[in-house]
Write a protein that binds this ligand. Structure first.
Ligand code: EPU
Length: 416
């Protein structure tokens, strides 16, 4: 099993280019199931979650062709609606196939995902929304067994603005009979991007990017080409790493509009930022950052997917801070590992109280989930001595070549 070795050696400097967003690419791949015509997708990130979901698409009978960051998926010959537990437990986003399979084939048999390292993560909103559209859904043997000759338009309000539930319902409604109005939708930019793709496939959607989305169902959707937008969380991860190491980097091929709140926090921490149309420059002037309070909440507030990285930044910043996790009940697994590196963090329920330390010390640590892995990398870059990070397969789920990208920014990092 791969490990990453990092020797903390001062500021990150230089330029780094981010990949397409994993969490935008996953629903786009699921949306290919809505049509018998192929989708041609560019800027697809080379990360393990994408590989896993593409294996699943092939298993269901899709023809998948991939060359570098270009991907074509043809779902004309899909022969199965069974999404097995083995896949869903590896990648929860497989649940995104529930809506598209049901809408196009009239049935779906998708494993319940169960809990994961960051929380229980229920899927009741996905199920309730499809039931509102007339689906008959039974839970049997750990599987969601859904049937509907044709889904019907409905007025459905989500109890919580779940990202993947909004995506699932949006895709299902695109092929339903009549008009669907979804309220309290998630506002994450990946949803507006999915809406853009569905519209270019022939869907009729208004309210994209807002909390209320109206979808006029059509009989069938056609093929399309689409470019995956830049990964806002990979962008934020590099910026946090630069801030923690007192560095000066420029992140290329990104979109500053997606990260407004995170950029505000970096400025509050004392970093100077410059923004271009598709780049962000961060300069700490070689100074230690100030600690900043973080409160995660749905977009456009501070993203839970950046909480762990900012915890690492606060651990080496000047002053004390509170980090409050409001989205997932168990997303503090990185705390115990950061403490092994000398971080001063006290947990009180879903709040972490962090007293910044001038330096952390390298130590053997273990990655527990994707963003926790990123926080350990940031801490290790800002620590004295060597850190070994075990279980880096978590990191590879969502970051493409992060070790080589960091090495290009001057980090002493190797994979063994
Ligand atoms: N929730 C429910 N019922 C549901 C669905 C969600 O109560 O049916 C609750 C969850 O328990 C949670 C909150 O709603 O408290 C938000 O969860 P959401 O459903 O929005 O999360 P998700 O769609 O499963 C996506 C991303 C996550 C990201 C979250 C929050 C994808 C594939 N995954 O997950 O990404 O943390 O939104 O922004 O888009 C990551 O990339 O590391 C990652 C975990």
């Amino acid at each position: 099993m791969d490990k990453i070795l990092i020797t903390g050696n001062g500021p990150l400097q230089g330029e780094v280019s981010v990949a397409g967003a994993k969490n935008a690419a996953l629903p786009i791949i699921a949306a290919s199931m809505l049509s018998a015509d192929p989708l041609h997708i560019s800027n697809v990130p080379g990360v393990r979650d994408i590989n896993t979901v593409l294996q699943l698409m092939s298993l269901l009978g899709a023809t998948v062709e991939r060359s570098g960051t270009d991907l074509s998926i043809d779902c004309a010959k899909v022969s199965s609606v069974h999404v097995p537990y083995e896949h869903v437990k590896t990648i929860r986003a497989s649940i995104l196939l529930l809506g598209p399979l049901l809408a196009r084939f009239g049935e779906a048999d998708v494993s319940l995902p169960g809990g994961c390292a960051i929380g229980t993560r229920p899927v009741n909103e996905h199920i309730a929304g499809l039931e509102a559209m007339g689906a008959d859904i039974q839970i049997e043997g750990g599987y969601i067994k859904a049937k509907a000759d044709r889904l019907c338009g409905a007025h459905f309000t989500l109890d919580v603005p779940s990202v993947t539930a909004t995506e699932n319902l949006l895709m299902a409604a695109a092929l339903a009979d009549g008009v669907t109005k979804l309220e309290n939708c998630a506002l994450e930019p990946e949803i507006a991007d999915l809406t853009g793709l569905l519209t270019s496939m022939g869907a009729i959607i208004s309210g994209a990017g807002t909390g209320t989305i109206t979808i006029e169902g059509v009989k069938q959707l056609h093929g399309a080409t689409h470019k995956v937008p830049p990964d806002r969380i990979e962008t934020g991860t590099f910026l946090a790493a630069a801030a923690a190491t007192r560095g000066d980097i420029r992140v290329l091929n990104t979109n500053p509009d997606f990260l407004h709140h995170v950029l505000g926090k970096l400025e509050q921490a004392g970093a100077r930022l410059q923004l271009g149309p598709d780049w962000i420059q961060i300069d700490t002037g070689g100074k230690r950052c100030q600690a900043v309070n973080i409160h995660t909440a749905p977009h456009p507030a501070f993203p839970t997917d950046m909480q762990a990285q900012f915890m690492a930044l606060n651990a080496v910043a000047e002053g004390s801070s509170t980090v409050v996790e409001n989205i997932f009940e168990n997303r503090f697994m990185h705390v115990a590992e950061l403490q092994r590196m000398g971080a001063d963090i006290e947990l009180q329920g879903h709040t972490a109280i962090v007293q910044g330390r001038e330096r952390l010390q390298g130590a053997p640590v273990m990655a527990t989930d994707l963003r926790a892995s990123a926080s350990l990398i940031i801490a290790a870059l800002a620590a004295d001595g060597e850190t070994t990070i075990d279980r880096v397969y978590h990191l590879d789920r969502g970051y493409a070549n992060i070790d080589t990208k960091l090495a290009d920014l001057g980090a002493k990092i190797t994979r063994v």
